[in-house]
Structure formats: structure tokens, C-alpha cells
Ligand binder design. Structure first.
Ligand SMILES: [Zn+2]
Ligand SMILES: [Zn+2]
Length: 395
């Protein structure tokens, strides 16, 4: 029986940046070796605890494992050893699912992680006819939209899907799928995917989040959203208030602050705290303004998810990532791990998860970066770690 949701339950379906990855043969071998080592270490520790000083012992193998050496007994023995699961960071691109205690399902972004998320939503909804999904989009890049045309929820005619996002995100989906306008230009149809609105029977409603204090820079036609929602004004879904705010990236990008009965979660993917040479550069100023906005929203938050794709040495071009070349990554649109750690401490964030992992970063590197973050956090009120796909956070 799953534990009931106190306020918000946040499922991390996709935390990979820029593109989906699958572990290489070497990474799989390394992971198996580490898992085997942890298991063997626990087994021999258990045996040593039962043996005499001269390392001999009187009991039999069934005494140790608690029965005959069949599969069930051996697996039950393994479970009793309580070995921590290996840290796997996942290779699917951005998607989070938030379940609220008052029964709403909210998804952030539809990267490749949305496929598994959608499968589990269909299972959760089962035979019910109350099937409403609220999606919040950050920005139009493909790693935040690529899972949409494979998501089971889009192919079930019983589902009502409300998508809140900026114009560019809504247009990115509509231009090749036609889910809002029920139309795809002839010269685009079928090029990106064989799927379009005519094969997606769920009901889709677009709510455009727009900064009404700025001139509209959206599309030249195409479609119009069913509703315009003013930026910085909370979106209210049941008892959850969600405030969208602008961050700094190469495409217009939104972060979101969730508040539910005093609990706060701040989501910020694809945002660059820029370190350029000229403080007067308008890009530098825009980045710093967005960073200040983000810090204000994140102040005192219970949890923060934030893009930290690079180490500072990689951002500055002094070191490469995995086997990729050492080139400066200024203006690639992503922040540095060190900066996220500093910001989380400065803003008294209780728990910060660094994600949007670089697709060239190897699993072993993610592992040591995470270990050093966790070690650094031991005596701090603000815990900082790498985000892992499949992780579930209860607030
Ligand atoms: Zn991204
Ligand atoms: Zn992006």
C-alpha cells in the first residue's frame, strides 16, 4: 500500500540534459562490478560476524541465509543485508510529475522521461473517467518536448490535457503535431514524426503564459492559445499555487515555484548564470537579473531542482567533459555546479538537486561529483546532491 501524500510527491522521470543517453558497455560493466562488490562485501561481513577469532564457523549455509539455497531465500537474504542501491542518474530528458495531496497530477516538461511518466499515469487512472493532466512547459528545446508524441496519455480519448507554457513551447508542439490548431502545414507534415493531431484523440487545451509588460515576441500566426495567463501571477490548481517566472536561456524559458500548504518546491531547468568578460554586456545583465529572480523565489524553499550541467573548469574551457574537447561553454545556456551549490546555501534551500546532466558526462564522473557534494553537505543545513532519474521526493 503506497504511503499517502502529505503535500506534494515529486517524481523525477527525466533529469538528463540536452539529449537522452543510454549507458555505454563500459559504464554497464562498471556498475555491475560496483554492485557485485557491495554485495560480496556485505556477505563476507555477515559471515565474519558469525565466525570465531580464527575465522572458522560452526553454522551451516542454510543457517546463514535462512533456508535452502533457492532463489527466494537467497533474494530474501540479500534484502536483509540492506545494501544501498547503486546511484543511477538516468538518461532520459526532462520530465517531472507532481502528485498533490488533493488529487491533482501536474507534469513539468515533456522530454523523453514523459514516456514512462505517461505510462504510469494511465495505470494510476485505470478505469476512472476523471482524467485531467496539467502540463507546465519550460521552453521549446527538443529535450523538453521530445517525449510528447510517444506519451500514452495523448492517445487516450478520455484524457483532458491542459498545457501551460510560453508561446514558443506551445508553438513547438503545435507546429508539427497540430494538437491545438488541428492543422499542420503541408511542407512540415510527417517530417519530424509520422504522428499528428488526427492520431492523438486526447483533448488538448493551450494556456499561454505571457509577460504582458513586454511587447509580444511570439509567433506570426499559427495558432492562438485558448487562454492567456499573465506571467508572475500564480496558476491555481486545487490547493497548489504555481508561480511562473522567467530565467535566462537561449530560448525564452520559464521556471516555476510550487506552494502547497506551506511547502515549497522550485523548478528551474535550462538557466545560465553567465560568467562573461564584460559586465556591461546586455546578456550578462539579463542573466544576473534572472539569477536574482530565481534566488528570490528559491529563498527558504524546501526543495529546488536546478540546471547545473557543467563544472566551472568545463564552463571556462579548461577541461573537457568525458572525452569531449575542452572548449568554453559560455552562452551554451547552462549553469555551473559550484554556482548552484553556492546559491542553494545562500538562499537557505533545504534540499537542492542539480540536474540537466551533460550527455557526455560519464556515470563514474557523476558518481564522484555526487559523492563530493554529499560529503560537503554533511554539516550543512542546505543539502546539495545530483538529481537521479527515478527518484521520488515527498514534501
Ligand atoms: Zn534542456
Ligand atoms: Zn534548452
Amino acid at each position: 500500500m503506497p504511503k499517502s501524500i502529505e503535500h506534494l510527491r515529486i517524481h523525477f522521470y527525466g533529469v538528463q540534459g540536452s539529449g537522452s543517453t543510454f549507458p555505454s558497455t563500459k559504464e554497464i560493466d562498471d556498475l555491475i562490478a560496483l554492485t557485485d562488490y557491495e554485495l560480496l562485501k556485505a556477505v563476507f561481513q555477515d559471515i565474519a560476524e558469525r565466525s570465531d577469532r580464527d575465522q572458522s564457523f560452526e553454522c551451516s549455509i542454510p543457517d546463514i541465509i535462512g533456508g535452502p539455497t533457492d532463489k527466494n531465500t537467497m533474494l530474501a537474504y540479500r534484502d536483509r543485508l540492506n545494501i544501498p542501491p547503486p546511484r543511477i542518474y538516468g538518461g532520459l530528458t526532462t520530465c517531472f510529475h507532481i502528485e498533490t495531496s488533493d488529487g491533482y497530477d501536474i507534469v513539468i516538461d515533456c522530454g523523453s522521461g514523459f514516456r514512462n511518466c505517461a505510462k504510469e499515469l494511465e495505470l494510476k487512472w485505470g478505469d476512472t473517467n476523471e482524467r485531467h493532466l496539467y502540463i507546465l512547459g519550460s521552453h521549446s528545446h527538443s529535450d523538453h518536448t521530445e517525449g510528447f508524441d510517444q506519451a500514452a496519455v495523448c492517445f487516450d480519448p478520455r484524457n483532458s490535457i491542459y498545457i501551460y507554457a510560453n508561446y514558443q513551447y506551445l508553438y513547438a508542439l503545435d507546429s508539427y503535431l497540430g494538437i491545438f490548431s488541428k492543422y499542420v502545414e503541408e511542407d512540415v507534415a510527417g517530417l519530424k514524426t509520422p504522428i499528428d493531431f488526427s492520431l492523438m484523440p486526447a483533448e488538448f487545451t493551450a494556456v499561454e503564459i505571457r509577460n504582458l509588460s513586454k511587447p509580444f515576441t511570439g509567433g506570426k500566426g499559427g495558432f492562438e492559445a485558448a487562454e492567456i495567463h499573465e506571467l508572475n501571477t500564480p496558476i491555481v490548481i486545487g490547493e497548489t499555487r504555481i508561480t511562473p517566472f522567467e530565467v535566462y536561456h537561449q530560448a525564452p524559458c520559464l521556471g516555476y515555484k510550487f506552494e502547497h500548504h506551506g511547502k515549497t518546491f522550485v523548478f528551474c531547468t535550462d538557466h545560465e548564470l553567465r560568467h562573461g568578460p564584460d559586465p556591461e554586456d546586455p546578456r550578462q545583465k539579463a542573466s544576473e537579473e534572472a539569477e536574482a529572480r530565481l534566488s528570490e523565489h528559491a529563498y527558504g524553499a524546501d526543495a529546488l531542482y536546478r540546471d547545473g550541467q557543467f563544472l566551472r573548469s568545463e564552463y571556462e574551457g579548461r577541461t573537457g567533459i568525458g572525452s569531449s574537447a575542452a572548449v568554453p561553454r559560455v552562452d551554451w545556456g547552462h549553469s555551473c555546479i559550484e554556482d548552484v551549490k553556492h546559491m542553494a546555501r545562500k538562499c537557505h534551500v533545504k534540499r537542492a538537486f542539480i540536474g540537466h546532466h551533460d550527455p557526455n558526462r560519464e556515470w563514474s564522473d557523476l558518481n564522484w561529483i555526487d559523492e563530493s557534494l554529499l560529503r560537503d553537505s554533511e554539516d550543512e543545513e542546505s543539502k546539495v546532491e545530483l538529481a537521479r532519474g527515478g527518484f521520488v521526493l515527498d514534501l
